[in-house]
Design a protein. Structure first.
Ligand code: PLP
Length: 412
C-alpha cells in the first residue's frame, strides 16, 4: 500500500523544528558518542549496490550499513546512550560532568543509586542497557510478550534486569511508566507522549549521526543532494525524524523525496498520514520486523514526518524476508550484506514499488533515480536470521570478506 502525503512541503527547514532537532546538536551528539567504546570508528560504510540497482531498473542504489555501527548490532546504539548522558547532565547540573568522561564510566560512584527503565522491542533496550553498564547506573527493561527469548538474552547480557509482561508493546510502555513512578526511576524511552519529549528528542538527535555521515560520504551539496529518494523504515518514527531533520536542514527546499516504510500489521505512520495526526496502527502489531512492530506514532517524531515524508507505504513480512535474502546473496556481483528483519525494510519497500510500474511512477522512481536505503540492523537475533535467510550471519560475513579480497580483480 502506498499513499502520497498531501501535507508534505518543500520549504526551507522551519525554525520551529530547528529548535527541536538541529545539525548543530546532532554534531555535538556525534562527537560525544565517538568517546564510547561500543561505537565503531570510523563511519559505517555507505555501500554502492550497482548490480541490484540495475536489476531493479534505477540509476543508483546506496546502502548505509548500520549493522556495522556497534557490537550492539544496530543504529539504536546512537539513540538511548546519548539521551541517557544528556539526562544525567540535566539531573546533576552543578557537578560539571564531562559527557565524554560519562562514556568512559568515570562517574560510577555518583550514579550507583540512579535507575533508568524502558520498554523495548529489543534494540533500544539493548543500547540503553549497554550504556547504563558503561556509565555505571542501574537499568530495568520491560519486555512485551512477543519479544523473543533470544532478544531478551542479548539485553540481559549487558546487565539489565528484565521485567516480562503478558501484553503487547504499548502495554509494556505503560508498565515502564508505572514502575518508574512507583520507584522514582527515570524512563528513557524512544517514543514521546504527552509531557514527555526531552528524552525522545535526544534519542532522535543521536540518530542524526547517520545522516551526517551520509552527507559527507556522498559529497552531497546543499543544493544538489546525492540522492533523489531516501527510504526510511518506521517504528514510532524516530529514525525517520532524526534523519529527515538533518537532511532537510542541510538541503532545504532541495531535499530528497522521503518515503516511510512500515509492516502492514504495524502501520501507525501510514494511519497518521491518513488522519493528519499521530494515530494508532490498525493491525495486530506483530511482525517479523520486530523493531518496527509499534502500535503508536511518536507525536514528537510526527512533527517532522508530517511536513516532510512524501509517501507512506506498508510492506508484508515476506517482502522483508526476500530483501534479507537478496542482500545476503550479493545480487549481480554486489557485496553480500547482513541485513536484519527491520534493517532491510527500506530496501524491501523500494523493491515492492519497483515491481509495480504504477506505484513506481507514483513515487517518481525511474532509471534516473539515485536511492538511499538504511540497513538499520544486522543479525540482532542470529537464530531468526539463520532460519529466515537459510545461512548464518557469520557465513554471509565470510563471503563479504572474500568479496572484498576479490574487489581489485573486479575493478580490472
Ligand atoms: C532495526 C530497527 N530499525 C528501525 C527501527 C525504527 O525506529 P523508530 O521506532 O525510531 O521509528 C527500529 C526500532 O526499534 C529498529 O530496531
Amino acid at each position: 500500500m502506498l499513499i502520497a502525503n498531501p501535507r508534505a512541503t518543500r520549504t526551507p527547514y522551519p525554525e520551529e523544528l530547528r529548535r527541536i532537532l538541529s545539525i548543530e546538536k546532532a554534531e555535538q551528539s556525534r562527537s560525544w558518542l565517538s568517546c564510547w567504546d561500543k561505537i565503531s570508528s570510523p563511519a559505517t560504510p555507505l555501500r554502492e549496490l550497482p548490480g541490484l540497482a540495475a536489476e531493479l531498473g534505477i540509476g543508483g542504489l546506496s546502502l548505509k550499513d548500520e549493522s556495522m555501527r556497534s557490537v550492539l548490532g544496530s543504529f539504536k546504539a546512537l539513540g538511548a546512550p546519548i539521551a541517557l548522558v544528556r539526562l544525567i547532565l540535566r539531573l546533576w547540573p552543578d557537578h560539571g560532568l564531562d559527557p565524554r568522561a560519562l562514556f568512559q564510566g568515570r562517574y560510577r560512584d555518583l550514579l550507583t543509586h540512579f535507575t533508568v527503565i524502558s520498554a523495548t522491542d529489543g534494540n533500544h533496550g539493548k543500547a540503553l542497557a549497554a550504556a547504563a553498564q558503561t556509565i555505571g547506573c542501574r537499568c530495568v527493561i520491560v519486555l512485551h510478550a512477543n519479544v523473543s527469548v533470544e532478544r531478551e538474552a542479548a539485553i540481559a547480557a549487558y546487565g539489565a534486569e528484565i521485567v516480562r509482561i503478558a501484553g503487547n508493546y504499548d502495554e509494556s510502555v505503560e508498565e515502564a511508566a508505572r514502575l518508574a513512578s512507583v520507584n522514582g526511576w527515570h524512563v528513557v524511552s524512544d517514543t514521546s507522549y504527552d509531557g514527555y519529549e526531552d528524552i525522545p528528542r535526544d534519542v532522535m538527535q543521536g540518530y542524526g549521526t547517520v545522516a551526517a555521515e551520509v552527507v559527507s560520504q556522498s559529497n552531497g551539496r546543499p543544493d544538489a543532494p546525492a540522492f533523489t529518494h531516501v527510504f526510511l523504515q518506521g517504528g514510532v518514527g524516530g529514525l525517520a525524524a532524526g534523519l529527515i531533520s538533518y537532511m532537510w536542514e542541510f538541503h532545504g527546499a532541495h531535499r530528497p523525496r522521503f518515503i516511510a516504510v512500515e509492516p502492514q500489521q504495524a502501520d501507525c505512520l501510514y494511519q497518521s498520514a491518513l488522519a493528519g495526526q499521530p494515530s494508532r496502527a490498525t493491525g495486530s502489531v506483530d511482525s517479523v520486523m520486530a523493531g518496527l512492530a509499534c502500535g503508536e506514532t511518536s507525536p514528537l517524531a510526527w512533527k517532522f514526518l508530517q511536513p516532510a515524508v512524501d509517501e507512506f507505504m506498508t510492506i508484508r513480512d515476506i517482502d522483508a524476508i526476500d530483501a534479507m535474502r537478496v542482500l545476503a546473496s550479493g545480487s549481480e556481483g554486489d557485496i553480500p550484506v547482513v541485513g536484519g528483519e527491520s534493517g532491510v525494510a527500506g530496501l524491501a519497500g523500494l523493491a515492492v514499488l519497483l515491481r509495480q510500474p504504477e506505484l513506481a511512477s507514483q513515487a517518481g522512481l525511474d532509471h534516473r533515480s539515485r536511492v538511499l536505503v538504511i540497513n538499520t540492523e544486522g543479525a540482532t537475533a542470529p537464530a531468526a536470521y539463520e532460519e529466515l535467510v537459510g545461512e548464518t550471519a557469520e557465513s554471509v560475513l565470510a563471503r563479504q570478506t572474500m568479496w572484498r579480497a576479490d574487489a581489485p580483480a573486479r575493478q580490472l
